[in-house]
Ligand binder design. Structure first.
Ligand code: TRP
Length: 470
């Protein structure tokens, strides 16, 4: 058993990140991830976004903005497993297994659902007006997010603690029903950081999109930051008059970006008569000093969203490598045969985890090929013909040494994987320079083709990682 702690948290992808998200969630989570004893899993909860938002453009835009924001703030995808919930098909599968052990009465008590019912009742409407099953069973999806990766600690805001407790309940119930004395699922614990003050917004209430009192983190550049700070509500004390540093949000926001000494000095100057205008100017400069360099990275990443996409796919590959063996175990435990031959024990990456493999074979015409078969034996890639089996074997060696599917995606080492139009339809192709090495397809649509490419990348990545580990 390793003594490492597995930390996991999700970020619902609606909206654009603001300073409150940065101070309350992004910054503390990244600090936690830097701890050497921690394995961090951070993900974009885009299935959760669908519960709140039915605007496809907004869902798509927000998940990219939020991914860019986390990377710009210093998330290192080599250290943190960073992925999108919707790229992990094991999560909805586990959601169903959990749904079947979830007492309806437990869901009746979930805050988000209860609040919606109360609002309906207060308006004199039917209790269920506008309430979807998505909202109702939101805590089950969230439990699957957490339990899928054996998370021990889940950093969240106060409002989410109930959901973590529900995840614990469901894990316990599942273990009790199906574990035969074994803990199939790990019981998670909520971590609410009391030191992380909630940042006040422009009007002094908690900074929140629902109060329309936010200061943007990156959007709009330094100008938008200054403009928002100019709107912080202050009293009418004139320059030179003593001011109460706690009479508005200015000082509290300043402290979130300063050392204790700097914060105390700022408060002392206000008491000594510093003008509100000058105080706001200093606040903007103080924040900019921390986030300015990050904004530059953010702007870069936003332009290169294809690279961000690749980082996320690579993260999904890593995450699925963890998820798959556990899900197989759970399927067997409930009596559904695993969708592939018996696989490794729970959560132990390495050579024992079932992953894809390369095979060579001789075709009827006498030529040799290699194939890449997925973990479940599915045919994922077929090479062009070679004259000798050695040639085919050599390429397998090259691919296995290439450094993970990311190398193919990023075009490192001359290798390149792409989805595109091909004679006969859409196909994925693996290139070495301008030599076409292998392909898969044809697929009926561009979407199918891209999904196949994502799957292929995840499988190649899983294989490479297992070679590394073993
Ligand atoms: N529901 C969480 C929120 O709105 C986001 C979330 C989804 C999450 N899945 C999670 C947080 C799993 C922690 C763990 O903030």
């Amino acid at each position: 058993m390793s003594a490492r702690t597995r930390v996991l948290t999700g970020i619902t992808t609606t909206g654009t990140p603001h300073l409150g998200n940065y101070v309350g969630a992004i910054r503390p989570a990244l600090r936690m991830a830097r701890d050497a004893g921690t394995d961090a899993f951070f993900f974009l909860a885009d299935y959760h976004a669908l519960i709140k938002c039915d605007d496809p453009e907004r869902v798509a835009g927000s998940r990219m903005q939020i991914a860019c924001a986390w990377l710009a703030c210093g998330l290192d995808p080599q250290r943190v497993t960073f992925y999108r919930q919707s790229d992990i098909p094991e999560i909805p599968e586990l959601t169903w297994l959990l749904t079947c052990v979830t007492a309806k009465g437990l869901m009746n008590r979930a805050h988000a659902y209860k609040a919606a019912v109360d609002a309906n009742t207060a308006r004199g409407e039917d209790a269920d007006t506008g309430i979807t099953l998505g909202l109702y069973s939101y805590p089950v999806l969230m439990a699957a997010d957490i339990l899928m990766f054996g998370a021990q600690r889940v950093p969240v805001g106060r409002d989410q603690v109930q959901h973590i407790e529900m995840a614990r309940d469901l894990a316990q119930r599942f273990n009790h029903l199906y574990g035969a004395g074994e803990d199939l699922l790990t019981l998670p614990e909520a971590v609410v950081d009391e030191d992380v003050a909630t940042l006040p917004g422009l009007d002094g209430r908690k900074m929140s999109k629902s109060y329309d009192n936010t200061i943007p983190l990156f959007a709009g550049g330094p100008r938008a930051l200054e403009d928002a700070i100019a709107r912080i509500v202050t009293d009418s004390r004139r320059p030179g008059e003593p001011k109460d540093p706690d009479s508005n949000a200015l000082c509290a926001i300043y402290r979130a970006f300063a050392t204790r000494e700097q914060g105390d000095a700022f408060a002392a100057e206000l008491r000594a008569g510093l003008a509100w205008g000058e105080a706001k100017r200093r606040l903007a400069a103080q924040i900019e000093a921390e986030i300015g360099p990050m904004r530059k990275r953010y702007d870069m990443l936003t332009v290169h969203s294809d690279q961000v996409e690749e980082i996320l796919l690579e993260g999904a590959g890593k995450a699925r490598e963890q998820a798959r063996p556990l899900l197989d175990t759970l399927r067997r435990a409930v009596g559904l045969r695993a969708p592939r031959p018996a696989s490794a024990p729970v959560m132990r990456p390495g050579p024992s985890v079932l992953v894809g493999r390369f095979v060579t074979f001789r075709a009827k015409d006498g030529h040799f090929h290699f194939r890449f078969l997925g973990a479940d034996g599915a045919d994922l890639l077929l090479s062009v013909p070679f004259d000798t089996p050695q040639q085919a074997g050599n390429w397998i060696g090259v691919l296995d040494k290439a450094g993970g599917a990311s190398s193919f995606v990023w075009g490192r080492q001359g290798l390149h994987l792409e989805a595109g139009e091909h004679v006969g339809g859409h196909a994925c192709a693996l290139w070495y320079g301008d030599e076409r090495l292998a392909e898969s397809g044809p697929f009926a649509s561009a979407e199918d083709c891209e999904a196949a490419l994502r799957h292929l990348v995840a499988e190649l990545e899983a294989r490479w990682r297992s070679l590394q580990a073993g």
